[in-house]
Design a protein around this ligand. Sequence first.
Ligand code: C2E
Ligand code: MG
Ligand code: MG
Ligand code: MG
Length: 280
Amino acid sequence: AAKRGGRDRVVRYRPELRSARETFTRISAGLRHAVERGELAVHYQPVVELPGARIVAVEALLRWTPADGPVPPDDFIPVAEETGLIVPIGAWILEQACRAAGTWHERFGTSITVNVSVRQLAEPHFADEVLAVLDRTGLPAAALVLEITESVFAGDADALPDALARLRGHGIRIAIDDFGTGYSSLSYLNQLPVDILKIDRSFVPSGPGSDGDHAFTRAVLQLGSSRSLPAIAEGIETAEQAEVLHALGCRLAQGYHFAKPGPASQLEAAFARLNPVRTG
Ligand code: C2E
Ligand code: MG
Ligand code: MG
Ligand code: MG
């Protein structure tokens, strides 16, 4: 069989292809029962204001820990999207996050930001379900931010999917996640019907460096400020990065330097450290 040539041989004898398919099958089989088995959890990571690092928002990040140990989101989210399992899982995390966010919103005025995949937006009742979650949890629309990626626009930079336009009409804000890694060029920035930009960590300056190194970040911040579109710099790991960004005019940041994602109890500790409630 090894002598057989052509496409047939390529398909049959590439072990990395077989193992990729096995991984996909294993992950999708496990994910199917993740909610009912209680294997999913939500971690929360602060978004802070520079330079003081007061927490102004919190991002909800999905965690999956089946019996044989945690699986990173970058491994299981694509499988959840391809199989459609992201629809029930996304509904689950939205509800958990909005429920948890209520007291933080009341105590600290923070908003909650939840990642939404293109697959969820394609569901006919997506907007109704989001509004129903706000109803059930009592969270104000102004306290919810939905994070989408540039792929939502797929070349049509001024058209927001109907569901998002409707939610935006209710006061829910829309953020573009991983900005700079997708389709939208800087020239579209003025048209994008969104409220917040999250600059992908691959564009975040590693240190002082030359002007050229900071060109993208600087341009996003300038264009953003000209139409008052706040930008959040993702993946800040050092004090030096935080200083450089602040000097470039960036007001909002997220990253391990300020706080790592963690369970709600860890976020409470971050609030106590970064947003101390003044008395007297
Ligand atoms: P994202 O939405 O861009 O989330 C930020 C990711 O960067 C998170 O990875 C976070 O843990 C990580 N991060 C934060 N600060 C730092 C830092 O200083 N350095 C580095 N190296 N990384 C940092 P995580 O939690 O592994 O999630 C990865 C991606 O999975 C997310 O990227 C998002 O696209 C997706 N994801 C996570 N939860 C959900 C969800 O509930 N729904 C959907 N649709 N996607 C999700
Ligand atoms: Mg995100
Ligand atoms: Mg992302
Ligand atoms: Mg991101």
